[in-house]
Design a protein around this ligand. Structure first.
Ligand SMILES: Nc1ncnc2c1ncn2[C@@H]1O[C@H](COP(=O)(O)OP(=O)(O)O)[C@@H](O)[C@H]1O
Ligand SMILES: [Mg+2]
Length: 309
């Protein structure tokens, strides 16, 4: 069956020679940039979300990009926390054996006996046995640790191996408004499981040279999942991360991303700031650790956009 697919143009990688930071040393191009928004692309008014009187069924959003260090985990934590602030019930799924999502929320996942691994691989382990509350009201976590890396190998021989995560979380979908899955930096079987059960995918993209490399492969994988496993999967949006308003090149990379992906790019842009690594040490989201910060406001804007889309 031929499924209509969203047209997703894939941009060429930037040519380093044409986009050099040094060009900005005189500060000539330093126009003011909106702290959390588009820097004048087109100002969308993103409404304050209406409070919910009842909850569920959840929409499932996979946060994915096979490139590491682009802000997947940071975005999962902080988008989740911002959605919870708006009264949404949120379940975060740590689907990376590194366990960074769990650690970032102050959960010592390596000490846990029951994690997502057991949920996927052992009969009799229910999702409620694994869910943990976090310090943020309305924000729950399915923690993972290095055990999950074995699941990737063990699942290969299972029947319905791509649907293991979807099956596992199904019983609790009615209780949550949003499920966010923090994917590992690869396009392996774990990420395919996330895409197979997701309604939407959110792609963090760092505003750096070569960040667009690999996007074609990611789009190709999304198309294959749409064809073979999950025809309803759509791209929720692209989030520009690691943005440094002082340098010409990150502004240019962001501009290229907007040219290539248009309205798929969120108005919210995440600036590069040391406050994010600090929150990992603190084990809590930036929305509670530094509630007034630019970073917290940026993730609140993202949350409003996600609710509005
Ligand atoms: N906006 C940001 N500014 C500065 N550092 C960031 C930002 N977002 C994330 N980081 C840091 O960069 C590293 C990688 O981010 P992370 O969210 O773990 O990426 P991923 O999950 O895609 O590998 C982490 O140390 C994190 O604290
Ligand atoms: Mg990560």
């Amino acid at each position: 069956m031929d499924m209509p697919r969203p047209y997703v143009p894939v941009p060429e990688p930037l040519d380093r020679a044409d986009h050099d930071d040094r060009a900005d040393l005189d500060g000539e191009h330093d126009e003011p940039v909106h702290p959390t928004g588009s820097g004048g692309r087109h100002r969308l008014m993103v409404p304050e979300p209406a409070p919910l009187t009842e909850h569920g069924p959840a929409r499932i959003i996979a946060v994915a990009n096979q490139k590491g260090g682009v802000g997947k985990t940071t975005s999962t934590i902080n988008l989740g926390a911002a959605l919870a602030e708006y009264g949404r019930r949120v379940l975060l799924v740590d689907f990376d054996p590194q366990g960074a999502l769990s650690i970032g929320l102050g959960v010592q996942a390596h000490e846990l006996d029951t994690t997502v691994y057991n949920l996927l691989m052992e009969r009799g382990v229910e999702v409620d046995d694994v869910i943990k509350k976090t310090g943020v009201a309305g924000l729950d976590l399915l923690p993972s640790n290095i055990d999950l890396s074995a699941a990737e190998v063990q699942l290969v021989t299972e029947v319905g191996r791509e649907q293991a995560l979807g099956r596992a979380i199904k019983p609790v979908l009615d209780r949550y408004d949003v499920v966010l899955i923090d994917c590992q930096p690869s396009l392996g079987l774990l990420t395919i499981n996330a895409l197979a059960c997701a309604d939407q995918i959110l792609i963090p993209l760092a505003c750096e040279f070569f960040s667009l490399r690999g996007v074609a492969l990611l789009m190709d994988t999304i198309e294959k999942v749409q064809d073979r496993l999950n025809p309803d999967l759509t791209i929720l949006g692209i989030l520009a991360t690691m943005f440094d308003p002082r340098t010409l090149h990150t502004r240019e990379v962001r501009q290229r991303v907007i040219e290539a992906f248009g309205d798929l790019v969120f108005e919210a842009t995440i600036n590069r700031t040391v406050r994010f690594p600090e929150t990992t040490v603190a084990g809590e989201p930036i929305t509670t650790w530094a509630p007034q910060s630019n970073g917290a406001e940026a993730y609140r804007l993202l949350a409003r956009e996600v609710i509005a889309r």
